[in-house]
Design a protein around this ligand. Structure first.
Ligand code: C2E
Ligand code: MN
Ligand code: MN
Length: 406
């Protein structure tokens, strides 16, 4: 099957026309032997390249490009299948962007394209992507993260607090994971993640319950979370707890009970954030809106959790604007090498800005991901890179430390 792949990258050092020829000659021979053709756009620093050919060959060449020391910031922009080659010929076409003014790129790309009726000309996604990245290179819409090698992560402080092992077992154990602003070395909140008595995951815990008890247990368990916060002395930091939307609705006094739990532990409602996912499409939208209103009136913060996964979508965000928007790990994973994820996440970050919402990136595991997200304007992070959840205690945080100038 015929594959089409587009990536962008940046030359490690600026290149002259001669450097480019030296780079291209062997690459062209290799590509031709593997029946891979396409087009390369270059401006002396940035590459945008389309590869087209048999699936296997395109994958092999792209793997080699990702390992090639001459490029960095290799970002996959598109991978697709098509009925025929767009550029064809027996070599990689080259377009030197230094010779072109703005807005001239698309017409030059079209001029290099084969013209069978199979391709929709300027309506073709390939033409649009190549044209957009060629025009936008080096400007604002393209976010490039700092080099991960400039940073290392260091654990500075010992675990802040740990539950006394002699303390009596609580009905519901919780693991705590910090949400951090790494450049300020600040823990902005702790998320309380429920565990079973045996330390099992929330999924295991909820699966072991009679479905009729789920919402009641979910709400009740929050008393243990606030109690743990009090015992650990977490009185002047924000505390995030998770609740199913139905846990806030099923019992009409749910919000009042939550407020009472907070007060009983001498915590301030302003310090509490309720994270909500749309796990089960919200069945009773009016009751849900009512519950959110009552949370707001009590001074409790609200976050949309797992944004971008499953049901936690744009209509929930259009319906109500939370204090925080937690971007799901599926969008965060490998964002530094993924064009569509970058487009979506920077769009979310911009939308958050306009609505006064704080975006939080969830599930950050790699320095590269953090560098890109930070460059995209996100300042709050949760993930194994900084800290893993700790059962009944506060884990040590690893903070980024600059080891090389930018
Ligand atoms: P969540 O609210 O999105 O919580 C984050 C989950 O991602 C946690 O899993 C955490 O351990 C995990 N995580 C954090 N950083 C990373 C990372 O860098 N990589 C990876 N792979 N995972 C990371 P956990 O504790 O298993 O919780 C799963 C889900 O269970 C939570 O997702 C939340 O939706 C739900 N949950 C937790 N506690 C409660 C609760 O008290 N009530 C309800 N209704 N749901 C809860
Ligand atoms: Mn959560
Ligand atoms: Mn989440």
């Amino acid at each position: 099957m015929l594959s089409t792949l587009i990536y962008r990258s940046r030359a490690v050092t600026p290149m002259t026309a001669q450097d480019l020829t030296d780079l291209l000659t062997p690459a062209r021979a290799r590509n031709a032997a593997m029946q891979v053709t396409g087009i390369l756009l270059f401006d002396g620093v940035h590459f945008v390249q389309l590869l087209e050919g048999p699936d296997e060959a395109v994958n092999l060449i792209f793997d080699a490009i990702q390992r090639d020391d001459a490029h960095r910031n290799v970002v996959l922009l598109m991978r697709d299948h098509g009925p025929a080659r767009r550029f064809g010929g027996d070599a990689m076409a080259l377009l030197d962007l230094r010779e072109l003014g703005p807005q001239q790129v698309s017409s030059r790309i079209l001029a290099k394209m084969k013209q069978p009726p199979r391709w929709a000309g300027s309506d073709d996604r390939v033409v649009k992507i190549l044209g957009w990245y060629a025009d936008a290179r080096g400007t604002d819409p393209i976010v490039e993260g700092e080099e991960a090698a400039n940073w290392q992560l260091v654990a500075i402080d010992a675990p802040l607090a740990q539950e006394d092992p002699a303390a009596p077992a609580r009905p519901y154990p919780f693991a705590l994971q910090p949400i951090v602003n790494p450049l300020r070395r600040e823990i902005t909140s702790f998320e309380f993640l429920i565990r079973s008595q045996a330390g099992g995951s929330p999924e295991q815990l909820f699966a072991s319950l009679d479905p009729a008890d789920r919402y009641r247990v979910d709400l009740e368990s929050k008393a243990s979370a606030f109690e743990l916060a009090r015992r650990l002395g977490l009185t002047d930091v924000k505390l995030s707890v998770n609740l199913l939307p139905m846990s806030l609705i099923e019992d009409p006094s749910a919000v009042d009970r939550l407020v009472d739990q907070v007060a009983a532990c001498a915590l301030l409602p302003q310090h509490v954030i309720v994270e909500i996912t749309e796990q089960e499409a919200i069945e009773r939208p009016r009751a849900f809106r009512d519950a959110i209103e009552r949370l707001r009136r009590a001074g409790i913060g609200v976050a949309i959790d797992d944004f971008g996964a499953g049901y936690a979508g744009l209509s929930l965000l259009a319906e109500f604007q939370p204090d925080k928007l937690k971007i799901d790990r599926q969008l965060i994973q490998n964002v530094h090498q993924d064009g569509p994820r970058q487009a979506i996440v920077s769009g979310i970050a911009r939308a958050c800005c306009a609505m006064g919402i704080t975006p939080v990136a969830e599930g950050v595991e790699r320095v590269e991901e953090w560098c890109w997200l930070q460059a995209a304007g996100i300042e709050r992070f949760q993930g194994y890179l900084f800290a893993k959840p700790a059962l009944n205690g506060v884990p040590a945080v690893r903070w980024p430390e600059r080891i090389r100038p930018r």
